[in-house]
Design a protein around this ligand. Structure first.
Ligand SMILES: Cc1cc2nc3c(=O)[nH]c(=O)nc-3n(C[C@H](O)[C@H](O)[C@H](O)COP(=O)(O)OP(=O)(O)OC[C@H]3O[C@@H](n4cnc5c(N)ncnc54)[C@H](O)[C@@H]3O)c2cc1C
Length: 173
């Protein structure tokens, strides 16, 4: 059981030609993407940023923080988000499990970036007939173990010991 449905999102190195955060937010809202929080508008921003960050050194002052954190739930939303970022000259950092010790999924070299958080994009579908599992990019390995265990006593998937690791980057190296 190892077929993965992983959305690979390149980290875009786009020339920053316009860094107006409001234009980015308007673009996202026009496309129906409202499940987001910005560093300037929400008191929950910091806790959302930190909740899966494994190396707390990267929470210190002076470390670049994203302007906006977008919680994606559907594939179409991810696509539309990427389009808005490109159009408005913003960098994207994708976070699935957030386990990167180097905080590659939480910070960036420049300050004009947003995090596309995939934790809500986490369906796991098991088809015992074909012995196939489809796993969304934001599912944690613990969710995968659990879904398999609920479907069969004969199969499993060996991955990390830590259940909160993202399947995305764990499986893709
Ligand atoms: C506490 C801890 C325990 C660990 N235990 C184990 C273990 O037992 N076994 C093991 O093999 N490894 C282990 N690891 C290492 C772990 O497998 C890697 O850190 C892995 O990259 C984590 O995946 P993630 O999805 O959580 O990463 P994230 O931090 O979410 O992402 C890592 C990188 O991939 C990018 N990325 C994330 N999702 C996507 C996507 N869909 N498309 C494109 N880019 C994406 C991010 O932007 C970032 O650059 C552990 C790490 C930690 C911190």
């Amino acid at each position: 059981m190892s077929l993965l449905r992983i959305i690979y999102l390149p980290i875009f190195s786009i020339c920053a030609f316009a860094q107006d955060g409001q234009e980015l937010i308007s673009c996202l809202e026009q496309k129906g993407i409202t499940n987001l929080t910005t560093s300037t508008s929400s008191s929950t921003f910091d806790s959302l940023l930190r909740f899966s960050l494994q190396n707390l050194r990267y929470t210190e002052p002076g470390v670049h923080k994203p302007y906006v954190l977008i919680l994606q739930q559907e594939r179409e939303q991810v696509v539309n988000s990427v389009r808005c970022h490109i159009k408005n000259g913003w960098q994207i950092v994708v976070r699935s499990g957030g386990h990167s010790y180097e905080a590659l999924s939480s910070t960036f070299d420049a300050s004009n970036f947003a995090i596309i958080e995939l934790i809500n994009f986490n369906h796991v579908t098991i088809d015992m007939k074909s012995k196939t599992t489809w796993v969304d990019a934001g599912a944690m390995v613990g969710q995968l173990y659990s879904a398999i265990a609920c479907s069969t006593a004969d199969y499993g998937f060996p991955a990390g010991v830590c259940p909160t690791m993202g399947t995305s980057r764990h499986f893709s190296g």
